[in-house]
Every structure is written in C-alpha cells, then in structure tokens.
Design a protein around this ligand. Structure first.
Ligand SMILES: Cc1ncc(COP(=O)(O)O)c(C=O)c1O
Length: 406
C-alpha cells in the first residue's frame, strides 16, 4: 500500500468519516506563490474566509502574514478569534447590517468594499455616530463576462454585486462626509475562472476609472482585484498559474496603488479532500448506486453547481471498472456526489476520497437531515491534527428552546 493510501485509511479509522483532510503545507506553498508573484509590488493577500473558515487554518494564514476578506460579521469574528488583524482585513458583501458595520468600524477594518449607494449612506451615518474613520472602496461591476457556472459569475450588470462604473464615479466625486475616506476600489468578476483575459480586461477597466478619479482629485490607494482564479477539478483543465494571474493584475495596477488580492479556491481547494465510507451498493433500474456516508450536506458543490470532484476508492479493488452513481444518504434526489463515474468495484466499508474539496466544502456544509457536520484534520510537517471535532446531536440541539423530553 502506498504511503498516501495507508495514511488516508489510518485517518479514516482514527477520526471516522465523513472527514475533511487539509494539507496545510500545500496551502502555505500556494500562499507563498501569491506572495512571490506579487514580488516588490506593494500588496496584501487577503484570504477569502468564505472558502474555508476553519479557525486553525485562519490562525496559520495570519501567522504567515495573510490578510483576510470577510463577508459577514461572523467571518470577521472568526478572523479576530484566530489572531488575524482587522487592519489587514477587507469587508465585502451586498448585505452588511448596521451591527456588522459597527463591529467592523470598532475593530478598525482596513477597507469596506461598499456595494450600493444606500450602503455608503449607512456607512457614513454609522461612522459619524461612532466618530470612527471609515475607509471605503466601491465594489464596481465592470460588466465583464467570464466563462464559469452562472451561479458563480458575478461581474455582469445583471448580477446583484457592486455598482456600475458610472455610479461609482458619481459616488466617489460627491461631497464627502467627514468620517468617510475613499481609500480603494474593488471588483470580483466570479469564481473558477480558467483564463486570464477576463481578469485583465476587468482590471484595465477599473484602472481607467481610477485614473479619471485621480485627475479629479480622488487618489485611491487600494486596488482590490478580488479572487476568482480557478483550479483543475477535471483532467485537462488548465488554469493559469498563480504567477501568471498575479502578473496580469500587476500589469494593470495603476502606478502608486497597492494591490489587494482575495484568493479563496486557488489557495485551498486542491489542498483538501473529503474522506467517505461506502455504506451500501445497490442496483436500481439500469444504474448502480454507491451510497456514501458523506452527502450533499457535507459537500454541496455537486448538487448546487453540478460541480465535478474526482472520486476514487482509497484502495482500489481488482476487477472490471463499471459506471456508477455516487450518492449520499440525504433524502433528496439531488444528493449526488459524482455522476456516471467509471470506477473499480466498490463494496460496503470501502473508503473513498473526494478530491479538491478544500474550498467551499466544509464552509458550505449544513446540518440538513439533522446530520452533525464532519470533523476536520490538518496535515502539517507529516503530522495529522484534529482541527475541528465532529459535531454531536447535542451541538445541533444547543440553540433549540424546546424542553428535551426527560
Ligand atoms: C468578493 C469576493 N472575493 C473573493 C472571493 C473568492 O473567490 P475565489 O474562491 O474564486 O478565489 C469571492 C468568492 O465568491 C468573493 O465574492
């Protein structure tokens, strides 16, 4: 048995399944790639917490010098709990509440990425009330189409994100309330994008706007290019390298501005796997179903976006491969992990490994069907460490107010 197979089997036995396993060394390598590619350009890498908000991971990222991109008060709290710094954190999202804005102001957030005129008004009001400076950037929607799944494209006018370039210009140039400081500009055109061209086009459009604003006396400091770089989930997919991606952003970066990048998927996806155990194999109609103990509550991406994750038995059995449907135990027809996969024979209690599950895996997981969420393990320097224990039914009931039956 190869070292990797033996390790995965040992982890599954020791911690149970479903189990998320993260290679922290690979995440560090990816983070360093970003840093190296940014080189001498003034920059800050702000890891997107939504992709993976595990506290041990956030702690490591903070130790490595990462900043963060958060989209809720809860994510900001997690960053602070993990030792991350608010003055290295940007706050994005279309629906920030007054309480979330107040908490971020009090924490001293680096930049609010504001997504509407009404949000800018509320930010001005809260900053004045609290007498705290609010550095803001407008999230602009550069109206650039990127080839990705419609649910994760964000950079077109029809999407709810950001404001148009024209409205952004108007808002930057309007008389400025005392506590509001225009400090940056941001854009994010979507996720799992596999070519450089849309990034380069969007960055060039936003750079043109910053030049027009500078001519009219509004000199912005932060050029926040969002995230969005894709990874190879399927054989044959060839995403640009981190170096090429950052190179394209550096080319577009207006002189004197500081580059912020908010990578999520490209930092953590390939460093995570979901280990699962086969519960049953059954033939039904013309299909053979392999029923796993991980379901769409553990990994939602295949049901939500028809996303593809490679799935393999940890230890392949001998025998002819055949096409199977890999499904979970959830009471939904859409609870599918992998459709039409040609795999070696599988039997109950075999372990399978679902690849590239480090981003939008655990963070999108839920307790649907009253299922406790999976445990998470970090691999670092050859050692395995439990970084989140498996939830229990008591965790799930903790916020319920009904009296449990004695
Ligand atoms: C504003 C913002 N920044 C960064 C990200 C991270 O994107 P990705 O995981 O594609 O790098 C997202 C994801 O949707 C986002 O909405």
């Amino acid at each position: 048995m190869s070292g990797e197979k033996a390790q995965l089997t040992a982890l599954a036995r020791r911690f149970g399944t479903p189990l998320y396993v993260y290679d922290f060394d690979l995440i560090r390598h990816n983070f360093e790639q970003y840093r190296r590619a940014a080189g001498t350009t003034d920059h800050l890498i702000c890891a997107a917490v939504k992709a993976n908000g595990n506290l041990a991971l956030l702690r490591r990222l903070a130790q490595w010098g990462s900043g963060f991109d958060v989209v809720s008060g809860g994510e900001l709290e997690r960053v602070l709990m993990a030792g991350g710094r608010a003055d290295r954190t940007v706050f994005s999202g279309v629906g920030k509440t007054r309480d979330e804005i107040d908490a971020a102001l009090r924490a001293g957030i680096l930049l609010f990425n504001v997504e509407s005129e009404a949000e800018l008004d509320l930010l001005a009001e809260r900053a004045a009330r609290l007498r705290l400076a609010a550095r803001f950037g407008l999230r602009v929607n550069p109206d650039i189409a990127a080839v990705t799944h419609p649910h994760i494209a964000t950079g077109l006018r029809q999407h709810k994100f950001g404001v148009t370039l024209a409205l952004a210009q108007k808002l930057y140039l309007r008389p400025r309330p005392r506590w509001l400081e225009p400090a940056g500009i941001s854009f994010h055109i979507g996720s799992q994008i596999l070519s450089l061209a849309p990034f380069a086009r969007a960055a060039a459009r936003v750079a043109q706007l910053t030049a027009r604003l500078a001519e009219r006396g509004v000199a912005l400091r932060y050029f926040d290019a969002g995230g969005g770089l894709g990874i190879a989930y399927r054989p044959g997919q060839r995403p640009p390298t981190i170096a090429a991606y950052v190179g394209a952003l550096r080319t577009a970066l207006p002189p004197g501005m500081s580059l912020l990048i908010e990578p999520g998927r490209s930092l953590v996806a390939a460093a995570g796997s979901l280990l699962t155990r086969v519960l049953y194999v059954k033939d039904s109609g013309r299909k053979r179903f392999v029923i796993a103990d991980a379901g769409s509550n553990d990994l939602l991406r295949p049901s939500l976006y028809d996303a593809y994750h490679d799935i393999q038995p940890v230890i392949p059995r001998r025998g002819a491969r055949r096409v199977v449907e890999i499904v979970g135990p959830i009471c939904e027809t859409g609870d599918v992990l992998g459709r039409e996969r040609r795999l070696p024979p599988l039997a109950a209690d075999d372990y399978m490994v679902i690849a590239d599950a480090g981003a939008y895996g655990f963070s999108l997981s839920s307790n649907y069907n009253a299922r406790p969420r999976a445990a998470e393990v970090a691999l670092e320097g050859g050692r395995a460490r439990l970084v989140r224990r498996r939830e229990t039914s008591s965790d799930l009931a903790a916020a319920d107010l009904a009296e449990p039956k004695k």
